[in-house]
Write a protein that binds this ligand. Structure first.
Ligand code: ATP
Ligand code: MG
Length: 420
């Protein structure tokens, strides 16, 4: 059998000016030292789509120790797979990874969860171990060539999201790839190909085997990636929502048009407003997800005018999801107070003293963020929002945030979520 050769082409839309200067210099330096080096992954995909990449990952034949020898600003990270991070003055970090080997399935062809991923490989093996064909393109800025081992260029042209290799196998190896499929399809508008969709439907229960913090992180990425509305629609359609957030999927399948529309509008507002910038607490994003079903729940219960009752209902609604997704305590606290403060805000009446009392609550600024989203999505009164906004900075009582009860998961990597 002839050795597979990649497609190499300079017929593409990437121009050198779109490439991060430091990434270009790093690749040139690696070449000068005799190593192959390429841009890879999301950056090549986004450049070919005419979008500005979030980051410029580099892949090379140089081993981590070689990279450290060549670059003074290098820090090696990762136990499972050693990676080099190059640190630049403006806080920018470029990731330089060594070509990895393809993981092997077990003997009977059944794929297993990948647990060890620490073998170096070739450009081809590195391309093939990636998740989707459009995520596996290499770009050499010095020769201006795009190098395609897996048919990614063709799929990019056809706007298809396709796993590299058999989708059932690839989703069993790493179930988080199913959520990544939804995220990328939603962001790019690409179609997940039919075998991929079928595999998600058949393998969706495998999500339960995935590392919970990764699942939680993917849900958050969907919400602040600029395509949350479409992501949740797709997750619902493919049966993933039923596994991750059965309470929301059950509520959606009751088929009440208005609340479902409110949820869609809230997510679309988040998409339009943040466009991928993480400018709001993750707990606020989650509260938008739960608000319509919570509102439904309390609307018919006169007892819910009592804050303690409302709080209890919120806890009953959120509790199972908080435990299932091991939501960090802080997010659970924010989420709960966002929900019950919406009711207190609605009940406060016109008196300023009563309003100030609501505004003194620890969770009030976050609740205001949700109210702002609701005002836009539900077409609520903007003057009313402005009046509440004027109380954003009233002094708040000190004390522990009221987040007792659930959660207890650790905050996923990435630290503080609010970057205003
Ligand atoms: P984003 O724009 O969200 O950063 P990305 O494609 O760069 O998208 P990353 O999560 O940053 O996604 O991962 C970088 C690259 O690493 C991917 O493009 C893909 O090639 C590879 N990759 C990431 N996660 C996986 C996975 N679970 N399985 C296989 N390959 C993966
Ligand atoms: Mg990336």
């Amino acid at each position: 059998m002839p050795l597979p050769t990649p497609v190499r082409t300079t017929q593409h839309t990437i121009s050198l000016g779109d490439i991060d200067d430091d990434a270009y210099r790093v690749i040139r330096r690696l070449h000068q030292c005799g190593f192959e080096a390429f841009l890879v992954g999301g950056s090549v995909r986004d450049l070919l789509l005419g979008k500005r990449p979030k980051d410029f990952d580099i892949v090379t034949g140089a081993r981590p120790n070689d990279v450290r020898r060549i670059f003074r600003n290098c820090r090696l990270i990762g136990r499972r797979f050693r990676l080099a991070h190059l640190l630049f003055a403006n806080g920018k970090v470029l990731e330089v990874a060594t070509f990895r080997a393809e993981p092997f399935g077990t003997e009977d062809g059944e794929a297993d969860l990948i647990t060890d991923d620490n073998e170096f490989g070739t450009p081809e093996s590195d391309a093939r171990r990636r998740d989707f064909t459009v995520n596996a393109l290499f770009y050499d800025p010095q020769s201006a060539e795009v190098i395609d081992w897996v048919g990614g260029l063709k799929d990019l042209e056809a706007r298809v999201l396709r796993t590299i290799g058999e989708p059932v196998t690839r989703f069993r190896e790493d179930p988080v790839r199913m959520l990544r499929a939804v995220k990328f399809a939603a962001r790019t508008g690409f179609q997940i190909d039919d075998p991929g969709r079928a595999a998600i439907r058949s393998e969706r229960k495998q999500l339960k085997k995935a590392a919970v913090p990764r699942l939680y992180e993917e849900v958050l990425r969907m919400l602040w990636g600029g395509a949350g509305a479409r992501s949740f629609e797709l997750m619902d359609e493919l049966g993933l929502l039923e596994i991750l957030l059965p309470e929301i999927s059950a509520w959606l399948s009751r088929g009440d048009r208005d609340p479902a529309e409110t949820l869609r509008a809230l997510l679309a507002t988040i998409d339009a407003k943040f466009q991928g910038r993480q400018a709001v607490e993750s707990g606020v994003l989650l509260s938008a997800l739960f608000w319509p079903s919570f509102h439904d729940l309390v609307r018919d219960r006169p007892g819910a005018r009592d804050p303690a009752v409302a709080r209890k209902l919120a806890e009953e609604l959120i509790g199972p999801a908080a435990i299932r997704l091991r939501m960090p305590r802080k997010d659970v606290g924010t989420l709960l107070s966002c929900l019950d403060l919406q009711l207190r805000i609605a009940q406060a009446g016109p008196k300023r003293t009563a309003r100030i009392q609501v505004a003194r609550h620890q969770g009030f600024p976050d609740a205001l963020d949700l109210l702002a989203l609701r005002t836009e999505a539900e077409g609520l009164d903007e003057d009313a929002l402005a009046e509440w906004e004027s109380l954003r900075d009233v002094p708040r009582a000190f004390g522990p945030p009221d987040d007792e009860g659930f959660g207890g998961g650790r905050r996923p990597r990435g630290g503080r979520r609010r970057r205003r």
